[in-house]
Design a protein around this ligand. Sequence first.
Ligand SMILES: Cc1cc2nc3c(=O)[nH]c(=O)nc-3n(C[C@H](O)[C@H](O)[C@H](O)COP(=O)(O)OP(=O)(O)OC[C@H]3O[C@@H](n4cnc5c(N)ncnc54)[C@H](O)[C@@H]3O)c2cc1C
Length: 387
Amino acid sequence: MLRTLIVGGGIGGLSLARELGRRGLSATVLERAPKLAAVGAGIIMNPNAMAVLEANGLAACVREAGVPYLGRDTHDQRGRRLATRDYRPLYAAGRLAQGALVHRAHLHECLADGVSPGTVYLDVRLRSLQADPEGVRLETETGEAFTGDVLIGADGIASTVRARFFGAVEPVYLGYRSHRFVVENRNGLQHFTELLGRGQSVGLVPIGAAQLYVWTTFDSPRESRAWALEDVRTFRACFAQFTDSRVRGAFAQLTSTDGVICTDLEEVHQVPWVRGRVALLGDAAHAISPGLGQGAGMAMEDAVVLADELRAASEGRTPLAEALGSYERRRRARVEQIGRLSRTIIQRGQLTGRVACWLRNREIAREGRAPERMQKALAELLHWPRS
Ligand SMILES: Cc1cc2nc3c(=O)[nH]c(=O)nc-3n(C[C@H](O)[C@H](O)[C@H](O)COP(=O)(O)OP(=O)(O)OC[C@H]3O[C@@H](n4cnc5c(N)ncnc54)[C@H](O)[C@@H]3O)c2cc1C
């Protein structure tokens, strides 16, 4: 039986271990962190991600502590509604799996519980990584050795596996950063609600347990350390253009900026994803901007396709090299399409000129007046499995 070593126990690595386990294949996950934990923020599980979780049996766990993703409301910075993307007709017609809005910690718990005991090794510091025609071998700083037939780099945007086997590919900084934090959902918000300003946007996402996940994006030169996190007053002042009472109310709940995460928004453009017995998955292969909330969804889809290919290799139906090549061929166009679209959406939110923002808002409002066209596009984009 094919033995797979996975570096990285994030969303992608755990998803792959789950998919392999369900196909009767062995997987070992090596994770650097001392415990499996996620940053203190929410996450949007789009319908395609939920379809993966429905098929692998983890959707019920995720939904248990989440909120159904019913619609995405887009507003201007004053809170005037521009458009609603209503997912409900698509769910009712059985065209999409119902999306979910959850806390990242809960998603991680579900994914971690979804793999067999003994699969994940924590607090692992890799000292050497080797792959040759006979197999793969990893050694840790404490002298432990792991051997397998195939090595998967699911170790995120700054992937060690990518650097070791594919050379230095620097992530591309997009020119903006994002804050994330979680407060109480005091207004009982039910929809994913985004507000677009000039050079900034704010998202309010109900995530269950009466909590609200708040994210921002803001223009910020790479070298800048002006993240507005000195104190809450500075943080609120930074987003003063958002006069909507729900945004003001969410920011007002913060008594300190200690729990606010600030992340560079970056993309990874890696070619190829496969070399010999080594393949990349998730952000390590193709980190995308969060405009569509699809990075984790893409990692989960990768996991399904890669697990199918590895099963074919394990059963001797396909040589391993062909199976890995087929994984990349089946995934690349999909991921690139989602990545491009995501970038377009996030760039649209970062426009700064008064006229450009006015035109953008008009365009979004026009799109909102054609719900059938919008729903058709959503159904095509978010359907899983892909035919
Ligand atoms: C602001 C923001 C908002 C987002 N919102 C969404 C959203 O709403 N919906 C969505 O689908 N996606 C979203 N994403 C994207 C999503 O978070 C990522 O695409 C997803 O986490 C990728 O999973 P991964 O497993 O590939 O990488 P990661 O989640 O980064 O996991 C990599 C793992 O590898 C481990 N690791 C790293 N190096 C090593 C090493 N050398 N040895 C061992 N272990 C190692 C890390 O500790 C980590 O656990 C967002 C991203 C950002 C930045």
